[in-house]
Write a protein that binds this ligand. Sequence first.
Ligand code: ASP
Length: 234
Amino acid sequence: VLTYDGIVEHDAAIMDGRSRAAGAATGTTRIRNPITLARRVMENSPHVFLRSPGADQFATGQQLEQVPNEWFVTPERRRQWEEFRGRQGISSFDVDLKYGTVGAVALDQVGNVAAATSTGGLTGKRWGRIGDTPVIGAGTFADNRSCAVSATGSGEFFIRAGVAHEICARIRHGREAPQAAADAVMADVAALGGSGGVIVVTPAGEGVYSFNTPGMYRGMANPNGRSVAIYGDD
Ligand code: ASP
């Protein structure tokens, strides 16, 4: 999605549930694969969270592929941005502007979970706004003792509810099954006024979704096959 000024600024994070090692970057404008940058932050720096321009500078040192900012722009996102700039009173949180997050959670054969999320944030974001995506524990979290979570939605509310960590904490403290934990935390987000959803996987192999928007583009692959869906009743 495009910022208020009409460019693309990425947020991204990755987390390894084995060690709770994590890496994140915000405000990058020319790194082709922001999650690869987040992974380099995790593996090749002593830090967890870098912001640009320093994050872009670090990426350059890591020899990550760079592209011009326009490379990220699609005609539909440009159209949404024009609608946003042209219409009074439209909010960045309007779900018709479709959130742009891509998230993944994964489980390996021996019970390690991981999560990664990247996004351009909200259409029309400005003033250096940072969403939940790169905030460890808000939009992205993984812990082998509980689960891995990746979130999409109105990030401000996900930060305030500490969504990803809260879902894992509820599971870890034995309070709830994964679906119940995800639903309870999404209900909390809704109560604050937020909208969006989460994908969750546990070390035991349970994969669940929860969202309070009409739809959430999602897919799952496991030993039994693959599935994709958009709307709540798909
Ligand atoms: N959660 C993201 C943010 O607030 C937006 C999204 O889901 O696309 O930055």
